[in-house]
Write a protein that binds this ligand. Structure first.
Ligand code: SF4
Ligand code: SF4
Ligand code: SF4
Length: 251
């Protein structure tokens, strides 16, 4: 039911796998109370409505084509609050891996003899094109973090996200550090909030939640020092989610 006092919310996707939108749908199924406060007016994956009148816009995906820029600027003009939803929108995500190679090669690898049919450009996070008011990190996003973010936005606050590294959560779980097992991990410089799920199951953190502010000053840098690695060396090893930062100079 359309409510007169509800905040109008829209979801838009750019280059992405749409897994973050699926997480939103999943989260809303167990938090129906949110639908008392918001009216979803545009959400291609979940609804046929295509209204262009909204206050909060959630953006999933990276900017990878010229027409993407025009579209995101139009959304920015309409939205009072624009939120980057997930790693693709936040850091460029896995899409930015293509930035490590010549674009003509990438197009040929993907589209073969029809490469010329498809427009493409270096993948960029949304913040490289328009101002972003808030971020919900991760690949995919965390469903409870999404709910907390929406509740914060509805009362005019910035969504709370941790600014400390994954190592903190990992150590609180009592895990043996992967560096002590001869493996590598981006946990010392990656934003926490996922419960250190990858190292807990024996896999190095790939940095899907983005790099924490001031990683060089972070106390967890001692983990890297002990492993004989610099910040640059560890970033070179983990390109899955942070290639835009490495190739373009900042996400
Ligand atoms: S952040 Fe991950 S789950 Fe979300 S759209 Fe991008 S690739 Fe998919
Ligand atoms: S470097 Fe990785 S495995 Fe080691 S404490 Fe940090 S998050 Fe855990
Ligand atoms: S451990 Fe690292 S890669 Fe895994 S979910 Fe957390 S931030 Fe993402």
């Amino acid at each position: 039911m359309a409510g007169q006092n509800k905040v109008k919310v829209a979801f838009f996707d750019f280059a992405c796998c749409e897994g973050c939108q699926l997480t939103v749908i999943d989260a809303l199924q167990t938090h129906l109370e949110l639908l008392d406060a918001v009216e979803i007016v545009n959400f291609r994956e979940a609804s046929s409505r295509r209204d262009q009148d909204y206050q909060i816009a959630f953006i999933e995906g990276s900017i990878t084509r010229e027409q993407d820029e025009e579209r995101i600027r139009r959304i920015r003009e309409q939205a009072s609050v624009l939120v980057a939803l997930g790693a693709c929108a936040h850091t460029g995500g896995v899409n930015a891996l293509k930035n490590l190679h010549p674009l003509d090669d990438v197009r040929r690898w993907v589209y073969g003899k029809h490469a010329d049919w498809y427009d493409t450009a270096a993948a960029r996070p949304v913040s490289a094109v328009v101002e972003v008011d808030a971020v919900i990190p991760g690949c995919p996003i965390d469903r409870e973090e999404f709910i907390a973010a929406v509740k914060a936005l509805l009362v005019g606050k910035k969504p709370p996200i941790p600014d400390y590294p994954v190592c903190v959560e990992c150590k609180m779980k009592g895990n043996v550090c992967l560096f002590d097992l001869g493996k590598s991990c981006l946990g010392p410089i990656t934003r926490a909030g996922c419960g250190a799920i990858c190292p807990t199951y024996g896999n190095g953190c790939e940095g899907c939640r983005g790099i924490i502010p001031n990683p060089n000053e972070n106390a967890m840098k001692e983990v890297l020092d002990e492993a004989g690695l610099t910040l640059e060396e560890i970033m070179d090893r983990f390109t899955m989610f942070n290639s835009y930062r490495e190739t373009e100079g900042g996400a």
